[in-house]
Design a protein around this ligand. Structure first.
Ligand code: CUA
Length: 313
C-alpha cells in the first residue's frame, strides 16, 4: 500500500515526518475499515430485520448492555492509543534538541528572510546542512503568515510581536518547497521559499560565497534570477502592468518625479539607491511599501539587477 501513501503525501524529508505519516496512515486505514464494516452491518440489519408484512409491529427495545459495552470500550482503547501515539510525536516535533543551529526567519509582505548564525542573510532561499537539527525562530513584520513545509510535515504561524519556533532535521538532500499558509494579502500565493538541503561542504561554500549559480552567472541572468527569487516580481511587472510598484518595462533612462516633487533619472545609481534605500525616492502615485534590501543582496546581485532592468524593453 506504499503507492497509496505516496499518492497522498509528498515524500517525507525530515526525521519526524515518518512518525506523522505512520499515525496519519493508520487513521486513514482505520477510517476505511470502519466505513466498510459499518456499511456491511447496516446492509445486514436492513436485510435481516426488514418488515415482512404490513401487520408486523416493531417490539419495544430499550437497550442492550452487552453491545453497548462492546461499542464503547473497544473504541475507547483505539482512540486512547491514537492519543498517546500522537502526543509522543507532538512532543518530539515541538521540542528542539539543544545542539540545533538557530536561523531567524522574518516574514513580511511578501517575502521570507533568513538570517544565519554568522550574519549571512538570504531571501526566499534557506540553506541548511543535511542531517543536522535546525531551529527556526520566526516572527513577522506585518501580518500573520504561516511557514509550511509539506515534505517536512511542518506548519506554524508566523506572528507579529511574538516569536514562534519550528525545528527539523532534514534527511533528504535536494530542494524542498515552502509555502505561506495564511492568507496575507495580494501576494500571498507568491510568498514561497525553497529549502536547499546541502552537504556539509556545499553548506560551507554557500556561507562563504553564495551559491554556485550566483558566482558564475552572467550579470543579466543573475539580475533576472534576483527578480524572480527575491520578491521583486511580486510588485514590479515586466510588461508595463501597474503593480504595487512601478513596472520595470522600459524604465532605463526614464526621468520622472518623486512623491516629494524631486526629479529622478533611472540610471545605475538610482536603481542601487532604490534597492538599498527604497524610501529615498518614491515614484509618484505609489505607496512607500518597499522593504530595504540592504545586506540581503551581494554587490554582484545589485549589478545584476541593474543589467536586467536595462534589458527589459
Ligand atoms: Cu504570507 Cu500568506
Amino acid at each position: 500500500m506504499n503507492w497509496f501513501q505516496n499518492w497522498m503525501l509528498p515524500k517525507a524529508a525530515a526525521t519526524h515526518a515518518g512518525d506523522v505519516d505512520g499515525l496519519y496512515m493508520f487513521i486513514v486505514y482505520l477510517t476505511i475499515f470502519f466505513f466498510f464494516f459499518n456499511g456491511a452491518l447496516i446492509l445486514y440489519a436492513v436485510r435481516k430485520w426488514r418488515r415482512r408484512s404490513a401487520k408486523e409491529v416493531t417490539p419495544h427495545i430499550t437497550h442492550n448492555t452487552k453491545m453497548e459495552l462492546i461499542w464503547s470500550i473497544i473504541p475507547l482503547f483505539v482512540v486512547m492509543g491514537i492519543f498517546f501515539w500522537g502526543f509522543k510525536g507532538y512532543v518530539k516535533a515541538w521540542v528542539p534538541p539543544n545542539d540545533s543551529m538557530e536561523i531567524v526567519v522574518t516574514a513580511k509582505k511578501w517575502v521570507w528572510q533568513f538570517e544565519y548564525p554568522d550574519g549571512t542573510r538570504t531571501l526566499n532561499d534557506l540553506h541548511v546542512p543535511l542531517n543536522k537539527p535546525v531551529k527556526l525562530v520566526m516572527h513577522s513584520e506585518d501580518v500573520i503568515h504561516s511557514f509550511f513545509v509539506p515534505s517536512f510535515r511542518l506548519k506554524r504561524d508566523v506572528i507579529p510581536g511574538r516569536y514562534t519556533e519550528l525545528w527539523f532535521t532534514p534527511t533528504e538532500p535536494g530542494v524542498q518547497q515552502v509555502f505561506c499558509a495564511e492568507y496575507c494579502g495580494k501576494g500571498h500565493s507568491d510568498m514561497m521559499a525553497r529549502i536547499f538541503v546541502d552537504t556539509p561542504e556545499q553548506y560551507e561554500t554557500f556561507l562563504r560565497e553564495g551559491d554556485e549559480q550566483v558566482r558564475k552567472m552572467p550579470l543579466k541572468d543573475l539580475g533576472k534570477l534576483v527578480y524572480e527569487n527575491k520578491g521583486c516580481a511580486t510588485c514590479h511587472s515586466l510588461d508595463g502592468t501597474r503593480g504595487q510598484g512601478p513596472s520595470w518595462k522600459g524604465i532605463w533612462g526614464e526621468t520622472g518625479k518623486g512623491a516629494d516633487g524631486k526629479p529622478y533619472t533611472v540610471d545605475a545609481n538610482y536603481i542601487r539607491q532604490s534597492v538599498l534605500q527604497p524610501q529615498a525616492v518614491v515614484v509618484q502615485g505609489f505607496e512607500p511599501i518597499m522593504p530595504t534590501f540592504q545586506g540581503l543582496l551581494r554587490e554582484r546581485e545589485i549589478l545584476g539587477v541593474i543589467e536586467f532592468i536595462k534589458s527589459v524593453k
